[in-house]
Write a protein that binds this ligand. Sequence first.
Ligand SMILES: [Zn+2]
Length: 364
Amino acid sequence: MLPNQSEFDMRSIETKEGEIYAPCVSPNRSMPPVSNRTQLTHRPRRLRRTTPLRQMVRENVLTTNDLIYPLFAVPGKGFAQEVKSMPGVYQLSVDKIVEEAKQVYDLGIPSIILFGIPEDKDVDATGAWHDCGIVQKAATAVKEAVPELVVIADTCLCEYTSHGHCGYLEVGDLTGRVLNDPTLELLKKTAVSQVKAGADIIAPSGMMDGFVQAIREGLDEAGFEDTPILSYAAKYASAYYGPFRDAADSTPQFGDRRTYQMDPANVREAIKEIELDIAEGADMLMVKPALAYMDVICRVKEATNLPVAAYNVSGEYAMVKAAALNGWIDEERVVMETLLGFKRAGADLILTYHAKDAARWLKA
Ligand SMILES: [Zn+2]
């Protein structure tokens, strides 16, 4: 035997009778080089060697069941207008929302979340809680056309108030300090009318203290005790919402939302928020935004047994789209890696504008 040559390196064995037997390894299998070997006990690369091996030890998977697709309803008929900062995302009239909902369902995505842009805005956010509001109309139409699709209604007031804040303001206030408790009554009314219209899940997003409890009470009193609440429990005051405000026409006319949405510097506070929402009766919890807040998703997941949703927000979408349109990144790979990252961080559900593309890529 040559120096360093093991018996596994021998291609064949000559017997006494001179017969040649092939060894018990595939003849096509290339043998590792004999030199430059180090004695390593652990070689993690062993399990990355082939696609089937990698699939066998994969810790997280993304499926279409994880996805929720956001839609923006506007008044009118036959109307579809692309949001400038969100290529591929449209403001849609109710008839177009129905077409879109059918497509979403056919792609295997189980759920949509509805946002509304009303005809008129006022200080009482009438368009949010009126039985003929735009989200109510859209919810009814979608449930008629695609009963199996789970319709989530975003429950907030900022798209419906003339000042663009998420509730009542003191008369003359120019800072945007929303009055907490009076706003709860409006949220309650909004949630009840949305469920009456057909919404399956209520998702309050205004970050008012006690909003889950108020909505739970409102729903129970109205006989909707079986309707779950997906609370935007840890929602940060984020610059990543910029493009959404184009889409939902909900930019505050003055001030900002830092007196009610969370400070991006905080994570313990997120745990406090989710604990309160759980105590108030939340059925599911959301972290928003997602990409810069993966640690928050992870911490929230560790702190609760409730399902956790991550909102892959408009700014995250816009950055990927802009880079992809410039040919700077591989859109499919970047999107799928990002969505999988949310799963790894602990998200059970992902609200994302990439949902339809992701569903197509998962099918391919
Ligand atoms: Zn709001």
